[in-house]
Design a protein. Structure first.
Length: 250
């Protein structure tokens, strides 16, 4: 029985300063509708029927008023990174919810099919982590939107060993064209144990959710992955990236 085993956490706390406005980033519109609403439509059409948990922050009341009472909300007062944000949802997994899927309110094109694929792969494999990856030929044209995504590092056997944020990557790592959109599904008990010990020794001084990949590798835990279409990973942090989303929206 799939339903009830997985709960979705949607990160939606950012401001979106580089878009030039003063609104929460997830309320920026694509085809006349806030980005996060595009994502929520896909979530609602999936067979994950547990009420999604949305992590809100900057001007949270605007987001809550826009979306209504159909969701659980968690307030992130300090923007200390994705690992910190997910850790705030722990209370919602104390009594139920064996698995936690992470999605993003500023990546509106995540499809029902991809949500299902991540769920099915995760439950079938029994792994602690399942993640989506995207392969691109280069970072030209609209794919320049992916320049700032973390790179996926694999060993000689093709197994994922870690990801590296662009700001922390060396010259060789920046040449890697397999990227991490950060769509994950985790064994929730394992994840919250690891989040307690995350370090912020990086250029941003943030707690990266992606660091649990390295932790898993160090513990000898194999990471499951699926490849998804590049368009589904598109998100927006700037006006230019928002224009790209508008171009591809249907």
């Amino acid at each position: 029985m799939k339903n009830g085993k997985i709960k979705i956490v949607i990160l939606a706390a950012g401001q979106g300063k580089r878009m030039g406005g003063d609104m929460p980033k997830v309320l920026a519109q694509v085809k006349g509708k806030p980005m996060i609403k595009h994502l929520l439509e896909s979530v609602e059409k999936s067979d994950i029927k547990e009420k999604p948990i949305i992590v809100v922050g900057y001007k949270k009341d605007l987001v809550i008023n826009e979306l209504g009472d159909r969701y659980h909300y968690v307030h992130q007062e300090e923007l200390l990174g994705t690992g910190y944000a997910v850790a705030l949802t722990k209370e919602h997994f104390k009594n139920d919810g064996e698995h936690l899927m992470v999605l993003y309110g500023d990546q509106p094109f995540t499809s029902v099919k991809t949500i299902q694929k991540i769920q099915d792969k995760h439950l079938k494999s029994g792994k602690k982590i399942t993640m989506a990856t995207v392969k691109v030929p280069d970072f030209e044209d609209w794919r320049a939107c992916f320049t700032n995504f973390s790179r996926v590092l694999r060993n000689r056997n093709g197994k994922i060993v870690r990801t590296v944020e662009k700001k922390d990557a060396n010259e060789e790592e920046l040449k890697i064209t397999e990227i991490n959109p950060c769509y994950f599904c985790f064994d929730s008990k394992w994840l919250f144990e690891k989040l307690q010990n995350l370090k912020n020794d990086n250029t941003q001084k943030e707690y990266y959710l992606t660091d649990v990949i390295k932790v898993a590798t160090q513990e000898g835990i194999e990471i499951e992955s699926i490849e998804i279409d590049a368009h589904e990973a598109l998100g927006a942090n700037t006006k230019e990236e928002l224009a790209v989303l508008e171009k591809f929206a249907v």
